[in-house]
Design a protein around this ligand. Structure first.
Ligand code: AMP
Length: 540
């Protein structure tokens, strides 16, 4: 027997229609590339996203064709999100931190028809346009009079000129909810980047689930600052979730420094901000220096890399801001788990330990850990193994893949190594490729880094394994000192005492000027290992 309910497909234009009708006056605030603060609201975004759809019709972009963006977080990018996907084209967010050759490779693999870009990235576009034969139109996010005349880029338009002649009336098409809505490439550590093709259904479900109270906890009373870029897994899906619940959105544009982010949080009454630890590090350093506090910020979502305990303490204990530690990945849209307590039992220390884990699965995601033979491991908080996931917003294969589907019996192997405790809280111990194996025992590089990062003179720390003739591998820690501080090797090593087993303590400290960061702000251990390839342990 079938249910007798209305069959309405989950399409992304329903989100922007909803925001328009029920939250139309809620503000969308953006710091622009031009340097000023721009204000509009959900109705303004909705109207202009319909103009985007009309403009794409006029340019002859067919349903299913890819429209790429190379842009910061801002209102024009948001309009493009909804205008492109809502009109059945596919939004492809490009990561501007990639080098031109990688960008051109990705544009060609995706066969993008249109590329919209912020003026910051004009030099990048100039470097790649001749290598991208599929692109028929280049659109600069600027006013007509700001479009440079001398670029040699063919079919170059100013976004504002393109929109100015279009109507804000548009009838969104109805189509299958499993149709592609957006595309995001993940740069693997080996091989070429891989495309993850989200659907209208997967993105709609993800938007609803991510607004849950024990997830990102979003509502119409919130002002949300996604510092996480819209070019990195769609800013963790926040633009969609915010439209679903009618939150105010505050976009930082290109200014990610501590002072700019702090001023936006305070000036716009931000209640929730989301970003990777490296961004929060800069914000906290600025606040420390100036002796500042928050007046409205209630929650911060920290993910993309493990939240260092010292950062958790600073937010929670010193600044009174709740930390939601979240884990996920491009292949998962990205949300998988969030650290929110299941009960208030246990003392403050026990609760802190629990909240510092990556958390429980969000409804929609299921997970398991397995050993090297694929046998499922117990949820005892001790056994660690490869983490696998499944669910309706997790990929089933890459876009135009080079090999077979990555799924194993319907589960996606995340490449992370984790434990799961009896309450269902997952904790990442490492990326499988970063695990350090010393004398047959695994050492969690994240544990080692967290301890070093709590040292007052350490700005950043990365733990890697190096060759050892007896133990195969031993950990060392690469440390970036804070400005005006000069910790010694011995002082750094002393901070591990009593915190981890002796054999897990790094054998050496290497002071470096910087830890290489990837395009999404994660430490690039592979690059670091390459940089330190001539390093020899004192006793090796
Ligand atoms: P990406 O696809 O670029 O978002 O990277 C996903 C990877 O980032 C995951 O597989 C994890 O290795 C890592 N990651 C994301 N969130 C966390 C977290 N909260 N703690 C530790 N690692 C994380």
């Amino acid at each position: 027997m079938r249910g007798i309910m209305q069959a309405q497909s989950l399409l992304l234009h329903r989100l922007i229609d909803h925001a328009d009708r029920y939250h139309g006056e809620t503000e969308i605030v953006s710091r622009r590339v031009e340097g000023d603060i721009h204000r509009t609201n959900w109705s303004g975004i909705a109207g202009r996203s319909r103009q985007v759809a009309n403009a794409l019709d006029r340019l002859g972009v067919a349903a299913g064709e890819r429209v790429a963006t190379l842009a910061w977080n801002g209102y024009r990018h948001l309009e493009t999100y909804f205008g492109v996907s809502g009109s059945q084209r596919v939004l492809h967010t490009l990561n501007p931190r990639l080098v031109p050759a990688q960008l051109a490779w990705i544009i060609n693999h995706a066969e993008d028809a249109v590329v919209c870009f912020d003026m910051t990235f004009l030099p990048l576009i100039q470097a790649v346009h001749a290598q991208c034969p599929s692109v028929t139109h280049w659109v600069a996010y600027c006013d007509a009079d700001k479009l440079p005349a001398d670029t040699a880029i063919p079919n170059l338009y100013a976004y504002e000129a393109l929109l100015s002649t279009e109507s804000s009336t548009y009838t969104w098409p109805e189509f299958d909810e499993d149709s592609a809505s957006s595309l995001c490439y993940t740069s693997g550590t080996t091989g070429n980047p891989k495309g993850v093709m989200y659907s209208h259904r997967s993105t709609s479900l993800h938007a609803m689930a991510s607004a849950f109270p024990d997830c990102l906890n979003l509502g119409a009373m919130d002002a949300v600052l996604p510092v996480v870029p819209m070019f990195h897994v769609n800013a963790w899906g926040i633009p969609y979730a915010a439209a679903a619940v009618g939150s105010k959105l505050v976009f930082p544009g290109p200014a990610m420094d501590g002072a700019s982010i702090y001023n936006l949080i305070e000036g716009e009454g931000v209640t929730m901000a989301a970003g990777v630890p490296t961004v929060w590090q800069m914000l906290l350093a600025h606040m420390d220096k100036e002796g500042l506090r928050f007046n409205n910020l209630k929650r911060t979502v920290i993910g993309g890399s493990a939240c260092p305990p010292a950062m958790y303490d600073r937010f929670v204990n010193d600044l009174g801001v709740q930390v939601l530690h979240a884990w996920g990945m491009t292949e998962m849209s990205p949300l998988g788990t969030v650290g929110v307590l299941k009960s208030q039992h246990g003392d403050a220390d026990a609760q802190r330990t629990q909240l510092l884990k990556q958390g429980r699965a969000v409804f929609g995601v299921d997970m398991k850990i397995v050993d090297a033979d694929g046998k499922e491991l117990p949820w005892d908080g001790k056994a660690y193994g490869d983490l696998l996931v499944r669910g309706p917003w997790i990929l089933s294969d890459y876009y135009n893949p080079e090999g077979d589907s990555p799924l194993v019996d319907g589960w996606f192997p995340t490449g992370d190594v984790a434990t799961i405790d009896p309450q269902g809280f997952m904790q990442i111990t490492d990326r499988s490729k970063d695990v350090i194996k010393s004398g047959g025992e695994w050492i969690s590089s994240i544990d080692v880094e967290n301890i070093a990062m709590a040292h007052p003179d350490v700005l950043m720390a990365a733990c890697i394994g190096v060759y050892h003739p007896k133990w195969d591998e031993r950990p060392i820690i690469a440390v970036v000192k804070k400005p005006d501080s000069s910790p010694t090797r011995e002082a750094i090593l002393a901070c591990f005492e009593g915190k981890i087993a002796k054999w897990q303590v790094p054998d050496d400290v290497v002071f470096v000027d910087a830890i290489p960061l990837g395009a999404t702000g994660k430490m690039q251990k592979m690059v670091l290992r390459e940089q330190l390839k001539d390093y020899r342990l004192p006793d090796a």
